[in-house]
Design a protein around this ligand. Structure first.
Ligand code: FAD
Length: 622
């Protein structure tokens, strides 16, 4: 049976990638279907109930700047908000929110169900309809055929998923959900490079069995941050604390004594796990000199006593999990509500993707999320938005768009994936971006919202709010620029105690703001007129002016490499014909098929000389 109607865009999978993909395509006016196993699990957090953190909040703010849902949803669901690295520079500051899982899912579902052009359908996709080298739709588990111009696949950890708990294992997509076995089999028939990765989760604990009095409480920040540029602290639900405790020698001893019962160490798991989110057995094995590891006891929500003990992800057998948990201070009588486990799943080599996230070999088929070798909700959602947007552009017969590395963390993420591939789950860090000072979480809207509007991703409400904010920043800078402070006046005297050197001549306030000893709030009230109401505007003026020198220097660096970014390399370029290149470099280039000259230069082993030869070759061709 054919599904009643054809769609422009079909998105398979309703996780973090799939929901943003479906919303993006629908916002752009495409008739979109989100096909997913279970409507009840839309927006489900498979592992830790938290959004944001170092590097990740940058992605969340970028999704928000492009009209996506994640930031809005966490503002409505966040029960503990903190700014990490708040004493460091703005480039590495990051907002993190503990989430109430139920509220988060409800917020995502409400956004999905109120999105025009978007329909949701609950069924497993078991097969793709591929004609020649083009995808045309999918077939569900009950044989329903769904046709669409573009298909976005966002199946997360479900493809060929195998769950491990001790030496026992069984097929599953995540605890309580079925795996995607038929589709995995079908995908392995396509000419795409497939591999196995693994990830894990800790046992959950009933808060009523925990002694919090011996743990350190960690409340929300006093000044509550927001994740969305159009969010307000009043949007947040009640705020509650997380707690900190530690493993100890006894915990480590139990783990060491049982390593032979761990599927990872017994050689049962072949997939590589996340380096930056290791299991507790991995940590004990790798960091033998450490006698203790920190554990954050994170509430799973306001209406449940379940806790997520962040830091003890494990796939050891359940009896060992009980034993090790009960060695931890405050958890001596802990009741485990769900065992921890590891999951292995198929992923596809992201080097087989174009910057738009369309596969190179099957036209109109896009991949986003964990299927591309990443880990994390934020990484998945960011890719989903990009893939959904490009799937819609394909329908609209428009050229694809992907941000450059100097425009967005999303650009860094995609470029890293498609250029370098990945052999372990990839997560975002600020250290992955070379233009960190430009790519701050605080300016994601200023970097991307205009582009988002042009692409059709940003609605009128957000656009109006953005314009108001952008204009207010420029007005405020003009106000400071136009106000001069003269030596020996009441205004300069009011600053005397803060100045490292007294004023010897008149200065505009804007120039004084560049001095390290002064900040915006010392100066703003000295100019005639009112301070802007919006704290985001005030913060932006402070950052833009204080770091102007560094920012300008990075902007110059970017201009220098821009020409290479703009030089496109055809997908069908025959690298064997480029004279002067070594066979090794030819192989590397043929393997990655870079989209631009700059991307070619970022492939490890491709030298600047090789890039020049490529350029000469291109000129000869044209
Ligand atoms: P998912 O959130 O997995 O969503 C996939 C969706 O696709 C699901 O709704 C599923 O039902 C649907 N689906 C799959 N196949 C089909 C099909 N054939 N037809 C229809 N629908 C389908 N991330 C971290 O950052 N740190 C961690 O420590 C961490 N630990 C994890 C531990 C476990 C046990 C698991 C399961 C995940 C963990 N993650 C962790 C990963 C995190 O959950 C993912 O990165 C994120 O959810 C990926 O989003 P996604 O949209 O790609 O996939």
């Amino acid at each position: 049976m054919d599904y009643p109607t054809r769609f422009d865009v079909l998105v398979i999978g309703g996780g973090h990638a799939g929901t943003e993909a479906a919303l993006a395509a629908a916002r752009m006016g495409c008739k979109t279907l989100l096909l997913t196993h279970n409507v009840e699990t839309l927006g489900q957090m498979s592992c830790n109930p938290a959004i944001g953190g170092i590097g990740k909040s940058h992605l969340v703010r970028e999704i928000d700047a492009l009209g996506g849902a994640m930031a809005k949803a966490i503002d409505l669901a966040g029960i503990q908000f903190r700014v990490l690295n708040s004493r460091k520079g703005p480039a590495v500051r990051a907002t993190r929110a503990q989430a109430d899982r139920v509220l988060y899912k409800a917020a995502i579902r409400e956004i999905l169900e109120n999105q025009p052009n978007l329909q949701i359908f609950q069924q497993a996709a078991d097969d793709l309809i591929v004609e020649g080298d083009k995808v045309c739709g999918a077939v569900t588990q009950t044989g329903i055929k769904i046709y669409a111009t573009s298909v976005v696949l966002t199946t997360g950890t479900f493809l060929g998923g195998v769950i491990h708990l001790g030496l026992e294992n069984y097929s599953g997509g995540r605890a309580g959900d079925p795996p995607s076995t038929s589709l995995a089999k079908r995908m392995r028939e396509l000419p795409l490079r497939v591999g196995r990765l693994k990830t894990g989760t800790p046992p959950r604990i009933d808060a009523r069995s925990v002694d919090f009095s011996v743990m350190e409480a960690q409340p929300s920040d006093e000044r509550l941050p927001v994740m969305s540029f159009i969010g307000k602290p009043e949007d947040h639900p009640q705020q509650i604390s997380c707690y900190i405790t530690h493993t100890n020698e006894r915990t480590h001893e139990i783990i060491r004594n049982n390593l032979d019962r761990s599927p990872m160490y017994a050689g049962v798991i072949e997939g590589v796990g996340p380096r930056y989110c290791p299991s507790i057995e991995d940590k004990i094995h790798r960091f033998t000199d450490k006698s203790s590891h920190q554990i954050f006891m994170e509430p799973e929500g306001l209406t449940t006593p379940e806790l997520y003990p962040n830091g003890i992800s494990t796939s050891l057998p359940f009896d060992v999990q009980i034993e090790l948990v009960r060695t931890i201070r405050g958890l001596e009588s802990a009741h485990i509500t769900r065992p921890g486990y590891a999951i292995e799943y198929d992923f596809f080599n992201p080097q087989d993707l174009q910057p738009s996230l369309e596969t190179k070999v099957i036209h109109n088929l896009f991949f986003a999320g964990q299927i591309n070798g990443t880990t994390g909700y934020e990484e998945a959602a960011a890719q989903g938005l990009l893939a959904g947007m490009n799937a819609a552009r394909r329908v609209q017969e428009k050229e694809s768009w992907s941000p450059r590395r100097d425009e967005a963390y999303l650009g860094v993420l995609v470029d890293d994936l498609i250029t370098l591939g990945t052999s372990e789950p990839y997560r975002m860090f600020t250290s992955r971006a070379e233009y960190r000072l430009l790519l701050r979480e605080d300016n994601a809207d200023l970097r991307l919202t205009e582009k988002g509007r042009e692409l059709g991703l940003v609605d009128d409400l957000r656009w109006a709010a953005f314009q108001t904010k952008r204009d207010a920043i420029e007005l405020e800078k003009a106000r400071l620029k136009g106000t001069y402070i003269h030596p020996n006046t009441p205004a300069s005297t009011s600053l005397a105690s803060k100045l490292s050197q007294p004023l010897n001549k008149e200065y505009p306030l804007l120039d004084l703001l560049k001095r390290p000893e002064l900040d915006y709030w010392d100066l703003a009230h000295l100019a005639p007129g009112d301070l802007p109401q919006d704290p985001q505007v005030q913060e932006q003026v402070q950052i833009q002016v204080k770091y102007a020198g560094y920012i300008d220097r990075q902007a110059e660096d970017i201009l220098r490499v821009r020409r290479q970014e703009d030089t496109k390399l055809p997908l069908d370029l025959d690298y064997t014909q480029v004279s002067g290149l070594s066979n090794e470099i030819k192989n590397k280039l043929a393997n990655v098929k870079p989209a631009t000259l700059a991307q070619a230069g970022r492939i490890p082993g491709v030298t600047p000389a090789a890039v020049s030869m490529l350029l000469v070759h291109l000129k000869k061709r044209s």
